[in-house]
Write a protein of this length. Structure first.
Length: 210
């Protein structure tokens, strides 16, 4: 569970009544994006409130009438998915900064300058976003916004997504341990164990991390 100090209020008005739960803001955003989240882990308190600030709990009869159940976890998910998330100015600012960094990092790792065949540094991507006056949406996924940003900055800098194939050879003493780690970086195109115990592979990876 998240601590009360870190929790924010998710609020839903339904059937003429107000319902609130105290939640972890990051976890609640993940729920809103449709991700698989353990609701118990993001609740500060396993209770549904009429007014969380006053500590006024919703009655069981109201919960059953409006939601068709008294299950706090199920109701909490409903409130988070369909209600409003009450973020403080500081929380919203930090979360926007974090989301922006994620978008920039994703682009930097996966895209290159097609003219030079080299990656763009994150600072150049950030500057292009500023020039394009891109505004990151807190409630959209990183993948969604990467596509939006790429479209917006293409007129400003030459950039495109590209993958490259890289050949690697791992000595026998490191081969067994390295197999799984290297495969994480991209798609394993082909591989072969050599007679001396070494491992040779061709891996397709995002051009930005080569």
């Amino acid at each position: 569970m998240v601590s009360l100090d870190e929790a924010v209020t998710a609020r839903l008005k339904k059937g003429g009544k107000h319902f609130e739960v105290l939640v972890d803001p990051e976890g609640a955003l993940s729920v809103k994006k449709g991700e698989d989240v353990n609701i118990e882990e993001i609740l500060a308190v396993e209770s549904v409130f009429e007014d969380a600030a006053k500590g006024d709990h919703s009655s069981e009869s109201d919960l059953a009438e409006i939601f068709g159940t008294e299950d706090v976890i199920e109701i909490s998910r409903n409130i988070i998915e369909h209600g409003e998330l009450q973020l403080t100015k500081e929380q919203r600012k930090k979360m926007l900064e974090d989301k922006t960094k994620q978008v920039i990092t994703t682009i930097a790792q996966n895209a290159i300058n097609p003219q030079t065949k080299t990656p763009h540094p994150p600072s150049r991507i950030e500057k292009a976003m500023e020039e394009a006056k891109i505004h990151i949406d807190l409630f959209k996924s990183v993948d969604e916004q990467v596509n939006i940003v790429m479209k917006a900055i293409r007129p400003i800098i030459p950039i495109k997504f590209e993958e490259v194939e890289v050949a690697v050879r791992i000595p026998p003493e490191y081969a067994a341990k390295s197999y799984g780690e290297i495969a994480k970086f991209g798609q394993l195109v082909k591989d072969e164990w050599q007679n001396d115990g070494s491992w040779v592979a061709v891996i397709k990876i995002p051009a930005g991390i080569q």
